[in-house]
Each structure stands twice: as structure tokens, then as C-alpha cells.
Design a protein around this ligand. Structure first.
Ligand SMILES: [Zn+2]
Length: 322
């Protein structure tokens, strides 16, 4: 039934019809706000390359999370800035580490907030790499022991979901068995399963103060040219016990999100990363794009690609602009 019997515009002319036929919904409840927590009181330090984002002390973190929660964003992903760094990243697994303290404080005030904790060592090591080094190389299996310790202290503090981000081989299996042994059978794992080496992470390194002091992360993050390898990573993490798998970054990797969804039928989180956010902010500040519209379009595209949850710095602005 071709034209004139079929007129697709008929479906779009009446907004009452158009709105009923929207295929993809973008509820703020699908968004996760990444937040940076540091020691101190009443601290709210702006992050230069990420306008609107801050390093927050715990009191201000609670305030921020409460605002997000009241606007319909029920989830946060926490990154910690320790008071001191060392070769082993010991503040990552200290029971009174900054993230552990923040989780306890958040859960006390906002028991219904979904609290996800990033688990890596690059913010906690003095060399800025994601684990223990031996002769200048990341020692995968030695790092696993610290990952297990960290997961347990985060779960004990009250984290609902542990999110290991280091792309360390065996990290999901290690965390699952450590959590189970410690009695945290229902604590979930959201694995940074397909995490690509990316220039889009630039601003984050300012935010989390975690640029490597030498070298880069090419030996553990994935080559942006590879999709098949991403599926192997995802398959392994699911086999090791990941409850939710993450694709990171999001925008330049929408094909990966879609194909992971079609192949594996598992919950997917996509990380709309710092550089993606910074580009929108910079263009909007110059008056070159309409920030609210472009943000909605970006988040909708990530949802449409197949992401069940979106980790995004736009979370608060998006709820304000609805
Ligand atoms: Zn790391």
C-alpha cells in the first residue's frame, strides 16, 4: 500500500497520536548520576573541564544526592578522592575510606537511594595505575586480592552494586566469590565489561585526579577498533557472575550497546562519559547548540541503542529541563 494510501506523516501530525507512538521512553529513573566525593566539610570544588560538576565533601554529597532523588534520579555512582595515595591504593579498601564513609552516610539519610560504588585503584595509587605494579607493569593477579578486599568493605558499608572498572582479568569472579564468602550474596556486580581506551575520558582525570604518572591504560582497556573483542569481554564477565554489564563510552559505541543487547539479553548500563558531557557544555556555553534539546537527543539515542541504565553527568540538568 504505497502513496497515497500510506502517508506516514499522518502518524506525526496530531501530537496526541505522535506522543502515544513514542517507541523509546526516557525516564529519569533510568539515569545514574556519577558523583565525586572527597574529605572535608562544606566542600564543593568545581571541576574546570566539567561545568556543573563538583568534588563534594560528604555533607554536600548528601545534599546533592537528595536533590537528585527528589527529582526522580534514584541512583548514584560514587568515585572517591582519598586524603592520601600510596603504591597499593590502600585507601580504596580501608573500612573508613572516603567511599565507604560516603556510602554509610548516604544510606543513613536516603535508604532508598541506589548506591553504586566504582571499584578501581587509579584514584588511590600514587602512580595512577589501576592496581599493583611490578617492574612498571600492572600485576593482574596481585591486584585481584585487593579488588576482593575493596568489594567487601564497600558492600559492608552498604553499597547495593559494586562496579569494578579496571578491566582486570578475573575481577568479576573474584568479587562474586569474595562477596558470597562475606555474606553479601545479594550485592550486585555491574561490570565495566566493554571499556575502551578513549580520549573521551580526558575531563574525568581532572575530576578524579587519576591521570597515570607514566604510560597509559592501553594494556588493559580495549582498542576502539574492536567489536568482537568487546563481545568476548562481555561473555566472560557474564560467565564470571556480572549482573549488569557496562559499555563505556556510550556515544561513539552505540553499535556495541545494540549488539551486546541483541547477543546477550542482559541488563546493560552505558556510561555517557566526561568528554561527551564536556563537548555539549562547551558548545552550549558558546551558544552553538541548544543544551536541553541536544542532551535529550543524546540520552534518547543511548536508550534506543539498548541501554537499560545510563550513567550520565547530565542527570540533574535533564530533570531540570523536562
Ligand atoms: Zn582505574
Amino acid at each position: 500500500m504505497a502513496f497515497p494510501a500510506t502517508r506516514l506523516r499522518r502518524l506525526r501530525i496530531n501530537p496526541l497520536v505522535r506522543e502515544r507512538l513514542e517507541e523509546t521512553q526516557l525516564s529519569p529513573s533510568r539515569l545514574i548520576a556519577p558523583l565525586f566525593v572527597r574529605h572535608g566539610r562544606n566542600e564543593r570544588r568545581p571541576i574546570a573541564s566539567m561545568p556543573g560538576q563538583y568534588q563534594l565533601s560528604i555533607d554536600r554529597l548528601i545534599h546533592e544526592a537528595s536533590q537528585l532523588y527528589s527529582k526522580g534520579v534514584p541512583s548514584v555512582l560514587l568515585f572517591g578522592l582519598p586524603s592520601r595515595k600510596d603504591t597499593r591504593g590502600s585507601q580504596a579498601y580501608a573500612s573508613n575510606g572516603i567511599v565507604q564513609k560516603a556510602v554509610r552516610a548516604l544510606k543513613k539519610v536516603l535508604p532508598k537511594l541506589l548506591v553504586i560504588t566504582d571499584l578501581c585503584f587509579c584514584e588511590y595509587t600514587d602512580h595512577g595505575h589501576c592496581g599493583i605494579l611490578r617492574r612498571g607493569e600492572l600485576d593482574n593477579d596481585a591486584t585481584l586480592q585487593l579488588i576482593a578486599k575493596t568489594a567487601v568493605t564497600q558492600a559492608r558499608a552498604g553499597a547495593d552494586i559494586i562496579a569494578p572498572s579496571g578491566m582486570i582479568d578475573g575481577m568479576v569472579k573474584t568479587i562474586r566469590s569474595a562477596l558470597d564468602r562475606a555474606g553479601f550474596k545479594n550485592t550486585l556486580i555491574m561490570s565495566y565489561a566493554a571499556k575502551f581506551v578513549s580520549a573521551f575520558y580526558g575531563p574525568f582525570r581532572d575530576a578524579a585526579e587519576c591521570a597515570p604518572r607514566f604510560g597509559d591504560r592501553r594494556s588493559y582497556q580495549m582498542n576502539p577498533a574492536n567489536a568482537e573483542e568487546a563481545f568476548r569481554e562481555v561473555a566472560l564477565d557474564i560467565e564470571e557472575g556480572a549482573d549488569i554489564v557496562m559499555v563505556k563510552p556510550a556515544l561513539a559505541y552505540l553499535d556495541i550497546i545494540r549488539r551486546v543487547k541483541e547477543k546477550f539479553h542482559v541488563p546493560i548500563a552505558a556510561y555517557n562519559v566526561s568528554g561527551e558531557y564536556a563537548m555539549v557544555k562547551a558548545a552550549a556555553q558558546n551558544g552553538w547548540v541548544d543544551e536541553a534539546k541536544i542532551t535529550r537527543e543524546i540520552l534518547l539515542a543511548i536508550r534506543r541503542a539498548g541501554a537499560d541504565m545510563i550513567i550520565t553527568y547530565h542527570a540533574k540538568d535533564y530533570t531540570n529541563s523536562r
